[in-house]
Ligand binder design. Structure first.
Ligand code: ADP
Ligand code: MG
Length: 251
């Protein structure tokens, strides 16, 4: 799959365009006038303090939250086609005693056959193909409650990649993952971004990862405070103010 962005122009590239997006919940302005362009093959990191409206913005893009303004997607030769979106929600918790295996989880998400009938050979093969995309075939028989934070994110990522979406959205995929796991998850996202020419939108509080992996960082607190390269945003006075940091962050 090949695709090339042409500078900043959206005319020849595929692009998710968010214009003047606002969300009110119970009369309170949660998001005000958000403007954002995400090109294919780009990773954009959405950062901001707790309660800034990050998850709300993701939900608006997913169509799970009412909003005013416009969200449009255009691909080469296909304007305003509805994009396929893959979504990894914020830290779902599974009971450590949960006997459901990774294969069972996939089967119940992907087939109409009741899970108590077991996973068919064909489905198992399909699950392996999905797990292969995240180098996670070894996880297929593990109970989901026993997965490490990083392994769980990998499995959820594999689910979100079936079918391969245009846009991949992950809400705080790095929380609950140890440093080693964070590195390998970010490497994986980077590989997937390039391989499938995906737009990836993540929210995170792990700013140290951003200079290496994000193409664009957007700092929000109900409105966009600053957006630009990781370095520009992390060294900005807006960032220091939003996170009450005295010095600018090293980037
Ligand atoms: P973040 O993900 O940046 O931590 P959220 O988008 O989850 O922030 O929340 C932003 C604000 O919107 C918070 O003040 C939160 O309380 C409020 N909010 C989010 N969802 C709802 C909801 N369903 N009902 C009422 N308030 C909500
Ligand atoms: Mg959130």
């Amino acid at each position: 799959m090949t695709h090339h962005t042409h500078g900043d122009s959206c005319s020849n590239a595929c692009c998710l365009k968010i214009q003047n997006l606002s969300v009110d919940i119970a009369g309170e302005a949660i998001l005000k006038n958000i403007n954002l362009h995400i090109h294919c093959g780009q990773m954009v990191a959405l950062i901001g303090p707790n309660g800034a409206g990050k998850s709300t913005l993701l939900k608006a893009i997913l169509g799970q939250r009412e909003y005013s303004g416009t969200i449009s997607f255009s691909a080469v030769g296909q304007r305003n086609r509805k994009p396929l979106i893959g979504y990894v929600p914020q830290s779902p918790a599974f009971d450590s005693g949960d006997p459901v295996s990774v294969a069972d989880l996939f089967a119940c998400c992907m087939s109409k056959r009741p899970t108590f009938l077991g996973v068919s050979k064909k489905m198992r093969q399909k699950v392996l193909t999905c797990l292969e995309r995240v180098h996670g075939t070894a996880l297929i028989d593990k109970p989901i409650g026993r997965l490490s934070g990083g392994e769980l994110q990998r499995v959820l990522l594999a689910l979100a990649l079936e079918p391969i979406p245009n846009i991949l959205i992950l809400d705080e995929p790095l929380s609950g993952v140890d440093v080693e796991g964070m590195e390998s998850l970010m490497e994986m996202l980077d590989e997937i971004r390039q391989k499938y020419d995906l737009s990836i939108l993540i929210t995170t509080h792990d700013f140290a990862m951003l200079p290496r992996y994000a193409n664009q960082v957007v700092l929000i607190s109900h409105e966009v405070l600053r957006q630009g390269t990781p370095k520009e945003v992390l060294q900005s006075p807006e960032f220091a103010r939003a996170f009450h940091r005295k010095g600018a962050m090293e980037a």
